[in-house]
Write a protein that binds this ligand. Structure first.
Ligand SMILES: Cc1cc2nc3c(=O)[nH]c(=O)nc-3n(C[C@H](O)[C@H](O)[C@H](O)COP(=O)(O)O)c2cc1C
Length: 186
């Protein structure tokens, strides 16, 4: 027997993305965002409220970064999701984050979060909150790369948002190989 929960914004796994942008005075700001994902070869789509300071900053600068929240920075990543930069102008610093200017877009990378997408704003619909960004670069700190220079999730330790339990979970281990395991059933 299945239980019906009705219309809910639930899926597994849900990302924990940290969106960051520069404010009008150049101060970096960031917010937590779980509603979004890759929507094209070089495109990400997010659903972010028009009332957030980060949204206004992204619209003004036409750029943003999307860092992967990780297990080492859970409190900081949650903090930027529960406090607005409109109320706490030093929010980014209070989270313990340090900004590094992206080489590719007018937006801050977060030194503490080792993997990020650097994005140019394509468009934003204030009616439904749909924000589309063009991914112009992906960058990763060398500390999360494996011996072959690839991003190693075991080193990154990204977290996911559980919308049913309101918890964060760290990504688990390998259970299969994409584009390969299914071939056995062909
Ligand atoms: C786990 C989590 C997920 C969130 N996901 C989203 C989201 O997808 N879209 C959104 O608009 N706000 C989301 N928020 C809320 C914003 O991060 C929050 O309102 C934040 O304080 C906005 O900050 P700002 O005003 O400085 O931009 C989320 C918060 C948390 C804790």
């Amino acid at each position: 027997m299945r239980t019906n929960f009705g219309a809910k914004p639930w899926s597994y796994p849900q990302p924990v993305f940290i969106l960051a942008a520069y404010g009008a005075d150049g101060t970096p700001n960031a917010m937590n965002a779980a509603w979004g994902g890759i929507s094209g070869n070089a495109q990400i789509t997010m659903c972010i409220s028009a009332g957030h300071k980060t949204t206004a900053d992204i619209l003004a600068r036409k750029a943003f970064t999307v860092s992967m929240a990780d297990a080492d920075h859970v409190a900081a990543c949650d903090y930027v999701g529960v406090v607005s930069g409109a109320d706490a102008p030093d929010k980014f610093a209070k989270a313990g984050f340090h900004a590094i200017r992206s080489e590719f877009v007018d937006a801050p990378l977060i030194e503490e979060l080792p993997m990020a997408l650097e994005c140019r704003l394509v468009r934003y619909d204030a009616g439904n909150g749909c924000l589309i960004g063009e991914i112009v670069n992906v960058s990763a700190d060398e500390r999360i790369l494996d011996a072959n220079g690839k991003i190693d999730p075991d080193k990154l330790r990204p977290i996911t948002f559980d919308p049913c339990q309101s918890t964060y979970r760290v990504l688990g281990g390998v259970v299969g190989h994409a584009f390969r395991d299914g071939l056995s059933l062909k």
